[in-house]
Design a protein around this ligand. Structure first.
Ligand code: ATP
Ligand code: MG
Length: 397
């Protein structure tokens, strides 16, 4: 008996002419993710990816876990595959699921026949395979409404596939199919979730982090690297750009009105991010901002931040509240790292009463009174440290 993983493609099947490109990206991601587990053959047909081990003893549990995090797949199953000869299907179902059937009381067979030339119709397959399994397990009953196990038989062009219920996979679109963007990654809860959300929409992304030593510590930077590594299971390999931000930040602190400090700093961060993005042809910036969460995330403050540079700023969390963000953060596995208590540059020098409704005119006036800022920003952009993030690197630090 041969076991394989079936991965069912999601909405990318709707994308007409782009479909081949999408499928190629998806297959590439899957191959890449499974490479170090041994030889797997990855093929596609009928909106499904067939992932077949080509050696004995490959770790199918781990392969399944990894594929479940690859965007572009909506559902998955592990299936036994065999010839379409009906006796073989019965024998394979018994061999693959017999043990499970011994431990349950009710079952149901569902059949799907995408090979329309197959001599049996779906209801016949259900009835006859059901009868066969009942004869082998007389304690069982059929329950079509709430069975303990639903057995699926798919008759496809290439063969028959027998499996239990499909499970939810990562959804979304294959990473890279929507373009490239630069994610502003702090050590907090929100920005890793923002990265996840945008990667799920098919963006290939890199991260940028602003560090202000000695106000922020090496531990804080390592925490951000750990987050980027945890995200790599979803985003794929990427770069973490670390900007030495101390000088621009001190300059703003020393030369601008206290109440405008946060918005001025955020504009400055986005201008630097824009320069780094331009070097690697990234088409947008991503932040973890959520409307009204803090003073720098009011409508007026966001408008001032947006006006600082010309790339689109994507804010996937803008309409979410903290509990929703936290629940995604737990689901994707970044929460525990995010809550480690290291300082972020955004929380140093912050005034006690930041202005929640800054006007663009006063912000621009404050910037005009800081003639040295542009050069400091350029120098920071020129001295970015580039840390490669590889899937499978140990996220511990
Ligand atoms: P987070 O939980 O992501 O830190 P936050 O609620 O603490 O977000 P802010 O500190 O105002 O909010 O930051 C808003 C957004 O700005 C963050 O989501 C992130 O995208 C970006 N950001 C903040 N600090 C940094 C930093 N040091 N480096 C890179 N980006 C940052
Ligand atoms: Mg933060």
């Amino acid at each position: 008996m041969k076991e394989m993983i079936l991965a069912y493609q999601g909405e990318m099947t709707l994308k007409g002419l782009n479909r081949n490109k999408f499928e190629a990206r998806l297959a590439k991601s899957i191959r890449y993710r499974l490479e170090d587990l041994g030889p797997f053959q990855v093929t596609q047909a009928q909106s499904t990816v067939f992932i077949e081990p080509r050696a004995d003893g490959l770790d199918m549990d781990e392969a399944f876990r990894r594929v479940s995090k690859i965007f572009g797949i909506v559902k998955m199953s592990r299936a036994a595959c065999c010839d379409k000869d009906f006796d073989t299907i019965c024998a394979t179902a018994e061999e693959y699921l017999g043990q499970t059937l011994r431990g349950i009381r009710t079952f149901k067979v569902e059949a799907k026949r995408s090979d329309k030339a197959y001599p049996m119709k779906s209801p016949d397959i259900c009835r006859e395979l059901g009868a066969y399994l009942l004869s082998r397990h007389p304690h069982l009953r059929v329950n079509v409404h709430q069975p303990d196990l639903e057995i699926m038989v798919e008759i496809r062009d290439r063969g028959a596939y027998i499996h239990g219920p499909k499970v939810e996979a990562a959804g979304g679109l294959p990473v890279g199919s929507s373009g490239r963007a630069l994610n502003l990654l702090s050590g907090g809860i929100d920005s890793p979730v923002a990265a996840y959300c945008m990667a799920r929409r098919g963006l290939a992304l890199h991260h940028i982090h602003f560090a202000s030593p000695p106000y922020t510590s090496l531990r804080a930077k390592l925490k951000v690297r750990a987050l980027a590594r945890e995200l790599a299971e979803y985003t794929g390999n990427c770069q973490l750009y670390v900007v030495p931000y101390t000088k621009p930040q001190e300059y703003i602190r020393d030369n601008a009105p206290d109440v405008l400090f946060t918005v001025l700093m955020r504009r400055s961060m986005l201008r630097i991010a824009n320069k780094v993005a331009a070097q690697s042809e990234m088409e947008a910036l991503i932040t973890g901002e959520s409307l009204a969460q803090v003073a720098s995330q009011t409508m007026a403050a966001l408008a001032c931040t947006d006006a600082a540079q010309d790339l689109p700023v994507l804010r996937p969390l803008i309409g979410m509240d903290k509990t929703e963000i936290i629940s995604i953060s737990r689901k994707i596995g970044t929460f525990e790292t995010s809550i480690e208590p290291y300082e972020d540059c955004c929380t140093i020098f912050t005034p006690a009463h930041p202005k929640t409704k800054p006007g663009l005119a006063e912000i621009e006036a404050a910037e005009a009174a800081m003639p040295g800022l542009a050069a400091l920003e350029q120098a920071a952009a020129d001295h970015v440290e580039k840390i490669p993030i590889r899937i499978g690197d140990d996220p511990e630090f």
